[in-house]
Design a protein around this ligand. Structure first.
Ligand code: ADP
Ligand code: MG
Length: 160
């Protein structure tokens, strides 16, 4: 599924929409270069989960934990050198557990790492009027996250 997010507010709102719907064990994988808008989306997600703390990227610690409607774990693996390092973070306890997980830079885990859940890719694009926006791609890996795509599609067509 593809769409355009015209500005930062739209990206955050998509995050909030998802945050309101995410359930224990759900994982969101966020793809895109530096400045693509991954953390912006996570800020919205946190809001949707009822978290009022300020969300910054966990650059050096790899993960930040928040308490909202559900526990929320925000990973940023940008500085991860060796995928095996994530086991030391307690990775297997976070994933598919009692909370919601969002992962920036999942590419750092390598190609053969299991990544079931919702995949979002953000890519900067220029609109015809010359303004900068983000192209959005949503994909489900496994069946769990299909419900988001179905609901989003239904929501969008009802807006037509
Ligand atoms: P990342 O976590 O992917 O490195 P950030 O969310 O930290 O990216 O930063 C994205 C930057 O791009 C912010 O400065 C934000 O204001 C800007 N921006 C411009 N347009 C958008 C958009 N449509 N969606 C998200 N961010 C946008
Ligand atoms: Mg970031």
């Amino acid at each position: 599924m593809q769409a355009i997010l015209p500005d930062e507010v739209a990206t955050k709102e998509l995050g909030t929409w998802l945050g309101q719907r995410m359930q224990a064990g759900d994982t969101l994988w966020l793809h895109g270069d530096l400045g693509a808008g991954k953390t912006t989306l996570v800020r919205g997600l946190a809001e949707g989960l009822g978290i009022t703390d300020r969300v910054t990227s966990p650059t050096f610690t790899f993960v930040h934990e928040f308490a909202g409607r559900l526990p929320f774990y925000h990973f940023d693996l940008y500085r991860l050198d060796d995928p095996e390092e994530v086991w030391d973070l307690g990775w297997s306890d976070y994933l598919g557990g009692q909370g919601v997980v969002a992962v920036e830079w999942p590419e750092r885990l390598g190609e053969n790492w299991p990544m079931a859940g919702l995949h979002i890719t953000l890519t900067p694009v220029t609109l015809p009027d010359g303004s900068w926006a983000r192209a959005l791609t949503l994909e489900s890996q496994g069946d769990e996250a299909l419900r988001f795509l179905k609901e989003l599609r239904a929501t969008c067509s009802s807006l037509d």
